[in-house]
Design a binder for this molecule. Structure first.
Ligand SMILES: [Zn+2]
Length: 150
């Protein structure tokens, strides 16, 4: 999975995209360095740069697509990373909502989407527990996504 740069973004750490997204035909395209996601979030905000103006997401499987979308949501959560469980939940919900809305184009079977939703809920529960917070499973209930349509 890689955030491939539409054009060189000199203000962001970058590496060759094909090092992080195999088998997609990428050659000399540059991508955001994977370790620089948090810095990029703040740098994009400081410069008023929209993520979609800078990147497109390269992912060769559904798991990579989920995490790419999750990370893409991080780009919109600049600033101190203080409420980790809540921020991560927000990113998970954003990724799941995008996948639900686009599941036909992404050739994503409903059962696969629901497995991802359950796994995201399990992970979110662990994050909330680790921070000593109560987790409301309804926040990632499938019914919350069912009303989202194209
Ligand atoms: Zn995250």
């Amino acid at each position: 999975m890689a955030f491939v740069m539409r054009e060189p973004c000199e203000f962001l750490p970058r590496e060759l995209a094909h090092l992080h997204a195999f088998g997609l035909g990428l050659k000399n395209e540059m991508a955001l360095s994977p370790w620089a996601l948090d810095d990029a979030t703040d740098l994009l905000f400081e410069r008023g740069a929209r993520p979609s103006e800078c990147f497109w997401l390269a992912a060769d499987n559904i798991n990579a697509l989920f995490w790419g979308l999750h990370d893409w949501a991080h780009f919109h959560n600049h600033g101190p990373f203080v409420e980790r469980a809540w921020t991560e939940l927000q990113c998970d919900v954003s990724a799941l909502a995008w996948l639900w809305i686009n599941r036909r184009d992404a050739e994503l079977d409903d059962s696969v989407w629901d497995r991802m939703r359950r796994e995201a809920a399990d992970l979110s529960r662990l994050r909330f527990t680790a921070e000593g917070l109560a987790f409301d499973a309804d926040m990632l209930a499938s019914s919350r996504f069912a009303s989202l349509t194209r």
